[in-house]
Design a binder for this molecule. Structure first.
Ligand code: PNS
Length: 155
């Protein structure tokens, strides 16, 4: 059973995230989408809401399970017995942060591998912060987030 963890703040989950999840489904038997509490980041959406939105967005993917987590990713990987982390890479600007995080995790647990997947070019500009910025002024977000959560976000 090939299980991978896809961690993130998901504030909120976007079509870019979903594209990565679909790609991961082609490689792994089970994908655990792990929503980090990440209080330090002061997310716009509550921890519970971010989990609920991710669950709604992933409902039609049987290989995907959404959970919340607090604490270190390496501890979660031990708990779940999963030594593969999935992260999306959109542009060179993501690379430095991702490299540092990948090495930091590997320094805590050498068996942990991080696999980086590229979203389709049409989603490469999408980020949760772009979605939040547009939402703030009531702009159109339908092309940026999964259909299943559009109404929740507009509320
Ligand atoms: O979507 P994000 O905000 O880029 O995701 C960041 C996340 C959740 C992957 C990162 O903050 C994380 O792994 N948090 C758990 C705490 C941890 O393990 N930190 C050490 C690695 S930097």
């Amino acid at each position: 059973m090939k299980r991978a963890i896809y961690p993130g703040t998901f504030d909120p989950i976007t079509l870019g995230h979903l594209d990565i999840i679909k790609r991961a489904c082609k490689i792994f038997d089970e994908i655990i989408v792990a929503v980090a509490k990440n209080k330090e980041k002061k997310p716009l959406f509550s921890y519970e809401k971010r989990i609920q939105l991710a669950q709604k967005a992933c409902k039609e993917y049987p290989k995907v399970k959404v959970i919340g987590f607090e604490g270190l990713l390496v501890d979660l990987s031990n708990e779940l017995k999963a030594n593969t982390i999935i992260r999306g890479l959109r542009a060179v600007s993501d690379f430095e942060y991702e490299l540092q995080m990948g090495y930091a995790n590997a320094s805590l647990k050498s068996e942990l591998d991080t696999i980086y997947l590229m979203p389709s070019l049409q989603y490469a500009f999408i980020s949760s912060s772009i979605v939040r910025a547009i939402l703030k002024y009531g702009g159109k977000i339908d092309h940026l987030v999964p259909k299943a959560i559009i109404n929740d976000l507009k509320e």
